[in-house]
Design a binder for this molecule. Structure first.
Ligand code: GDP
Ligand code: MN
Ligand code: MN
Length: 248
């Protein structure tokens, strides 16, 4: 099995209204089964999920938190607007967004956009992946799987990696439970988050700054079976419960 990894070169600066699937299809000869990863930042720019800081009036809560994090209260207001639950306010805001993803500053970015503007995560990243997949099917007649990625920090370890925030054409998890290892032991707990593994490598190809590669194609990846329940329920999530208890 030789997996091919293709960074999509030559995409322009993406603006609201751009047809991202069409721009990508102009630059890639898709094959059935390809996995296309797209940086959430460019998906959001194409769809207009951006905000102009000048139009944001921070409320009391944003002003209070901004004093602790030493950030622009308008930026903090945008983070609060994107968040459905705040897990930590300081030294950085850690929050959940409606899709279930938990991230620093709700994934709101001020890089790779004009000064004074910010990029917010696509509010429906699963729908976004499906929409891109369907658009590519329409243009190319190929059955392509799609992952929307974002760069995120991790608990316990320094350094960011790419993770999947939306996907279509595959399950998030490759469920190995019930499978047997080389010695015939039945696996009881192994659920591999394949979409995050692919997103992480895609993020490596994309880079974080001026590389201009917001889309990466993986060819010859096997299929897998599993499920999409990648986010712990509140009851299962002991780290989240511990953070909420400590919240200052
Ligand atoms: P995020 O990880 O989704 O927050 O996105 P990043 O801001 O880290 O960007 C990921 C990759 O996409 C990097 O290679 C950026 O240079 C590139 N990128 C971001 N915006 C654009 C754009 O509008 N056009 C192009 N061609 N590349 C972009
Ligand atoms: Mn980001
Ligand atoms: Mn990134």
């Amino acid at each position: 099995m030789e997996i091919q990894v293709i960074g999509v070169q030559g995409l322009p600066l993406i603006r609201k209204g751009d047809d991202l699937p069409a721009l990508i299809c102009d630059r890639v000869m898709f094959e059935d089964g390809d996995i296309l990863t797209i940086a959430s930042s460019v998906y959001s720019k194409a769809k207009g999920f951006t905000r102009d800081l000048a139009t944001i009036t921070p409320g009391a809560e944003a002003v209070r938190i901004a004093a602790k994090t030493k950030e622009d209260p308008r930026f903090v207001q945008a983070v609060l607007d994107s968040s459905s639950d705040i897990l930590l306010e300081h030294p950085f805001i850690l929050s959940e967004v409606p899709s279930g993803h938990i991230g620093v500053r709700a994934g709101v970015d001020h890089s790779n956009i004009e000064d004074g503007h910010i990029i917010i995560l696509p509010p429906d990243p699963m729908g976004a992946a499906t929409e891109v997949r369907d658009a590519i099917q329409e243009i190319t007649k190929k059955d392509v799987r799609v992952i929307i990625t974002d760069t995120c920090g991790r608990s316990f370890r320094r350094g960011q990696t790419g993770i999947a925030i939306g996907w279509a054409g595959m399950t998030a998890i490759n469920d190995y439970r019930g499978d047997t290892d080389l010695f015939g032991h039945v696996l009881e707990i192994t659920e591999e988050a394949v979409v995050d593994e692919i997103a992480a490598f895609a993020n490596f190809v994309m880079g974080e700054s001026h590389q201009g590669i917001p889309a990466v194609v993986f060819r010859n990846c096997r299929a897998w079976n599993g499920h999409d329940a990648v986010y712990f329920t509140q009851k299962e999530d002991i780290i989240r419960a511990a953070l909420k208890n400590k919240k200052d």
